[in-house]
Design a protein around this ligand. Structure first.
Ligand code: SAM
Length: 352
C-alpha cells in the first residue's frame, strides 16, 4: 500500500518505499553481509560503552554517525538494507531514543517520515521546548548532537534561504508578489521574511497534505496574506486547486521523497504556474550529507539523495520546450542542493 501511495505522489512517505526506489527489484547481492554485521556490532557496542562510562553524549553520537556513514558508503545498498533493521533492534537504541528528535523521527506519530513537527525539533520552535526539557539528561546530550548535525544546520539554512529569496523577489518588482510553498509544513520561513511585514507579498499560499500542519499555519498566520491549503502533490497534479499564477513557487523537504517521474511531473506543473519572470525552486538532500547512516537507522528516516548533477538532469527534463534559465547550487555545508528554474520574460530567450 505504501508503495502505490508513494508513487502517485500522495505522500505518507514510509522508509520501505524509499528503500525500494533506491535498490530496485533485482535479487540482492549480500556478499559482505557477515563482515558488515560484525563491524556494526563493534560500532554499536562501543557506543554503549561510551554512554555508560559518561563520555560526552554528543561526541559519542558524532563518532557513531560518522561510522554509520562510512559503512553505508562502503556497502552494497542491499547489504546496507539488511544492516538497518539490525541496528534498529540493537540495545543501543534505548539510549539513542532518549533524544526527542531521534525518538519522534523513529516513532512517526503522524504516520509518515519528515513531518513538520519533526522539523520543529530542528528549528528549535517553541512547540517542542517542553519535550526537550522533559527528556533525560542523556537525551538532551544526544539532542545537542542531532540538532547541530550538518543535516540540521542545512535545514535551518534552507529555511533562511527561502525567506531571503522571497524578500529578494519581493524587492525586485513593482508590485507585491504571489508566493506558493508546496509541502509547506509549518511555513517557518514566513516568520523570517521581511517582505511579508513590509506588505510586499500579495499572497503566500501554503499547501500541505497534513491537515494538522495546515491547521497550525492557519492559526499562526491568521489575518495575514498567508493562505493555508490542504492538498497533496497528487491533488495538485490532478488540477484540483485553482491557485492562480505565482512569482515564486518552491518545494523544500519534498523532493527527497519523490522518485524521478513524480519529481519531473511536479516541476513541470510548477513551471506552468509561474508568471513570466517567475521562479520555481526545489531543494533536495545531497549524497554529500554525512548523517545519512544515522538518519536511516536510528531515525528510520530515509531520503532519496540527489547530487547537483541529478538536479540539473531533472531540470533539463522538466524544462524541455520551455524558455527558462536554470541554476543549480549547493548550500554551505553541501548537505542540500538547490535548483532554480526561472521562466524568461516574454521576448527574452531563444524561442522568441
Ligand atoms: C520535511 S517537511 C518540510 C516542511 C517545510 N517545507 C520545511 O522545510 O520546514 C515535509 C512536509 O511535506 C509534506 N508532504 C509530504 N509529501 C507530500 C505530498 N505528496 N503532498 C503535499 N505535502 C507533502 C509533509 O506533510 C510535511 O509537512
Amino acid at each position: 500500500m505504501a508503495q502505490s501511495i508513494f508513487l502517485d505522489g500522495e505522500s505518507l512517505v514510509l522508509p520501505n518505499a524509499i528503500r525500494q526506489a533506491a535498490i530496485g527489484v533485482e535479487a540482492p547481492d549480500l556478499t559482505g553481509l557477515s563482515s558488515a554485521e560484525a563491524e556494526l556490532a563493534l560500532i554499536l557496542q562501543l557506543a554503549i560503552q561510551q554512554f555508560v562510562s559518561g563520555v560526552e553524549p554528543s561526541m559519542t553520537v558524532a563518532r557513531l554517525a560518522r561510522s554509520l556513514h562510512d559503512m553505508r558508503r562502503a556497502l552494497h545498498p542491499a547489504v546496507w538494507d539488511e544492516i538497518v533493521p539490525m541496528a534498529q533492534s540493537h540495545p543501543v537504541a534505548e539510549y539513542l531514543l532518549q533524544d526527542p528528535l531521534t525518538a519522534w523521527s523513529f516513532a512517526k506519530p503522524r504516520g509518515y517520515s519528515g513531518d513538520a513537527h519533526l522539523l520543529d525539533f530542528i528549528y528549535g520552535s517553541p512547540e517542542v521546548q517542553a519535550d526537550i526539557a522533559s527528556a533525560s539528561k542523556l537525551g538532551r546530550g544526544i539532542y545537542n548532537y542531532t540538532v547541530n548535525a550538518s543535516s540540521s544546520v542545512a535545514v535551518r539554512e534552507r529555511r533562511d534561504i527561502l525567506a531571503r529569496r522571497v524578500d529578494e523577489f519581493a524587492g525586485a518588482g513593482a508590485s507585491p508578489i504571489d508566493v506558493l510553498a508546496i509541502a509547506s509544513g509549518h511555513l517557518r520561513e514566513a516568520s523570517l521574511s521581511k517582505a511579508i511585514a513590509a506588505k510586499r507579498v500579495a499572497r503566500w499560499v501554503a499547501l500541505d497534505q497534513d491537515p494538522l500542519s495546515v491547521g497550525l499555519v492557519a492559526r499562526d498566520f491568521t489575518r495575514t496574506v498567508v493562505e493555508a491549503v490542504n492538498g497533496s502533490v497528487k491533488s495538485l497534479l490532478a488540477g484540483k486547486h485553482a491557485l492562480g499564477m505565482f512569482d515564486f513557487v518552491y518545494a523544500a523537504g519534498l523532493y527527497d521523497y519523490l522518485p524521478d517521474p513524480v519529481a519531473i511531473r511536479l516541476a513541470k506543473k510548477c513551471i506552468t504556474m509561474l508568471k513570466p519572470g517567475g521562479t520555481f525552486l526545489f531543494a533536495n538532500f545531497s549524497p554529500e550529507t554525512d548523517v545519512d547512516g544515522y538518519m536511516e537507522t536510528f531515525m528510520n528516516w530515509r531520503l532519496l539523495l540527489r547530487s547537483e548533477h541529478d538536479m540539473a538532469r531533472l531540470a533539463t527534463e522538466c524544462a524541455r520546450g520551455v524558455d527558462v534559465d536554470v541554476s543549480v547550487w549547493s548550500g554551505s555545508n553541501r548537505s542540500v542542493v538547490y535548483c532554480e528554474i526561472t521562466k524568461k520574460l516574454e521576448g527574452q530567450g531563444p524561442y522568441r
